[in-house]
Design a binder for this molecule. Structure first.
Ligand code: 16G
Ligand code: ZN
Length: 554
């Protein structure tokens, strides 16, 4: 007899994971994320949702990643991955929120039944799920709750063990669209297919060019450390003289170290070196975040000035290289760049005016950038914080991979483009794939970090947090660049901005923290800071600032 959803089994298992009454959960920009102690019931229910989603999509494999990325070690989180390796479809985010907030087991069953009926889900279909976690100490306990959820909905679940977020995305895609092995450990296979693909593509992309100097990679004491080490072994097997990396902050076993004073977020936000790294002016470095889906690069000048090469600089580097190849190969392919309001004004000006790209601005959050980038033949998207990738449409792939009579120059450009289509993770922004992408472009161009940095000069900018009573009263439009509510606040911000040369500032509620964020830039550091702290003060005074007015607010 065809299997149907077994309400008794769900209730029985759900009783182990009662919902904490006082918490209101939201599936936000990056799934559910908070203190790990509050997440067991949520993760159990995410297992159920994944099973329903798989049934809805004809038994395709759904991915689940347990991670809280760059957040402190005590936090954790969970997000779902659709069969193509992309983020969960938006409509289902609201189901996730509804499931997580069902106050009782009976209510939970009602929400499940309503998702089934709204989506015409065939309960007799098989359901298939793969899941992985980062290195957080709370991971195993949450995985146990997830496994009960998967069992409750009678889905088949496969544990991939410890993986980076982009590995989980890529492997979900791989199982659905490349090959579904019948035997062997999926855990090992997920590593192997990933390392094999990216190491081979890297070799194609660098060609016969000379290698550059060693690069220090700060792995945030997270999952990126062991995975990058393995990937480098694969690269070395093909040519052990092309990429020299020293991994630092690679201690995944000592409690309290994950993301502590290190990692991409720490470096980007503080504009300073991570713990355990002293750089001289000739040296190059990069930082990953805790689940290895973000990366930023940096170096120090002779006079000790810290220079950050963030997501905007990565976008400029990769878009510039790709358009050159497209032109040399005489391909009729459109290339566009997608940014958020946090992109430095100089980067947008450089892309639009010097490289003459169409540039779009979308709200914060990878899913917004990813979807917009799909509108171009080749869509380059990076958030300033270092999360991003380059998407090749099927039209672009057809043209890049088609035969034809070509000059040697054109052929060389085509080969490079082909290598890039394989080197860049198409499912999601990936710190390891981006590291290889950046290095291969720099090798091709024989550029130092200093040369790369010189393509444009960042405008001074500052990010300030304001703690308010209720951040939900802040509503934005125009890709988060304009406040609609609280009413009248935007006009006051505009008046402040008008006082500074090349000033720009916007205010938006955070999707991951209980704060409002203020961004400002201007032509000088002094003006930028003054603008940022005036806007922050304005928001604090007029929109329910709480917890003591910080002394730097003007
Ligand atoms: C999440 C987003 C990231 C975004 C950040 C903004 C994903 C996978 N991650 O980490 O893209 O930049 O949130 O945080 O979408 P905020 O809303 O707190 O400023
Ligand atoms: Zn991350």
């Amino acid at each position: 007899m065809a299997q149907t959803i077994d309400c008794d089994k769900i209730k029985e298992l759900s009783a182990k994971y009662p919902k904490l009454k006082e918490i209101n959960y939201t599936y936000g920009t990056a799934g559910f994320r908070m203190k790990a102690d509050y997440l067991e019931s949520v993760i159990f229910r995410v297992g159920i949702l994944a099973g329903l989603r798989s049934r809805k999509l004809d038994s395709k494999v759904i991915g689940i990643m347990v991670t809280a990325s760059h957040n402190p070690e005590a936090d954790n989180g969970v997000k779902l991955v659709d069969p193509s390796g992309e983020m969960l479809e938006q409509q289902w985010e609201s189901y996730a929120t509804q499931l997580a907030n069902a106050q009782s087991d009976d209510e939970l069953i009602n929400v499940i039944k309503s998702v089934v009926s709204q989506n015409g889900i065939d309960e007799s279909k098989k359901a298939s799920v793969v899941y992985a976690r980062d290195t957080r100490p709370s991971g195993p306990k949450l995985i146990a709750a997830l496994e009960d959820g998967i069992k409750a909905i009678s889905a088949v679940g496969v544990n991939l063990g410890i993986k980076t977020t982009p590995q989980l995305h890529y492997f979900t895609y791989y199982l659905n669209y490349c090959e579904k092995p019948t035997e062997g450990s999926y855990d090992e296979l997920a590593d192997k297919v990933y390392y094999e693909k990216f190491s081979k593509a890297f070799h194609k992309a660098v060609g016969d060019n000379q290698r550059l100097s060693n690069i220090y990679v700060d792995a945030a004491n997270g999952v990126g450390a062991p995975k990058l080490r393995d990937l480098l072994e694969w690269i070395d097997k093909l040519n052990d003289n092309i990429f020299k990396v020293t991994i630092i902050n690679d201690d995944i076993n000592t409690r309290g170290k994950l993301n502590f004073q290190c990692g991409a977020d720490y470096v980007k936000t503080g504009q300073k070196l991570p713990l355990a790294l002293n750089l001289t002016c000739e040296q190059r470095a990069a930082s990953l975040d805790g689940d290895a889906d973000r990366i930023v690069f940096y170096y120090v000048e002779e006079d000790g000035t810290f220079r950050l090469l963030d997501g905007d600089k990565i976008a400029a580097l990769s878009a510039g290289f790709i358009i050159e190849l497209v032109k040399t190969a005489c391909l009729d392919i459109s290339v566009g760049v997608v940014q958020t309001a946090y992109a430095n004004g100089s980067s947008t000006a450089y892309l639009e005016r010097e490289l003459v790209f169409p540039v779009s601005c979308v709200p914060t959050g990878v899913k917004h950038l990813h979807h917009k980038a799909q509108e171009y033949d080749i869509g380059v998207y990076f958030e300033a914080n270092g999360h991003g990738t380059v998407l090749f449409s099927s039209n672009a792939l057809n043209k890049i991979n088609s035969d034809g009579s070509r000059t040697t120059e054109q052929e060389k450009a085509i080969k490079k483009l082909q290598a890039l289509t394989e080197l860049i993770n198409q499912t999601v922004g990936d710190a390891l794939s981006d590291l290889l992408l950046v290095e291969s472009i720099l090798i091709n161009r024989q550029w130092t970090f200093k040369k790369w940095n010189s393509v444009y000069t960042d405008k001074p900018n500052r990010l300030v947090k304001v703690v308010v009573e209720n951040r939900n009263i802040f509503k934005t439009t125009n890709a988060e660049r304009t406040l609609v509510e609280p009413k009248g606040l935007q006009e006051k911000i505009d008046k402040l901005v008008a006082q500074y040369k090349d000033g720009r500032s916007f205010v938006r509620p955070s999707g991951t923290e209980d704060v409002v964020r203020v961004y400002a830039e201007a032509s000088t550091r002094e003006d930028c800071d003054a603008l940022a702290f005036k806007v922050a003060g304005l928001v604090y005074d007029e929109a329910g600032g709480t917890g003591g007015r910080p002394s730097e607010f003007l």
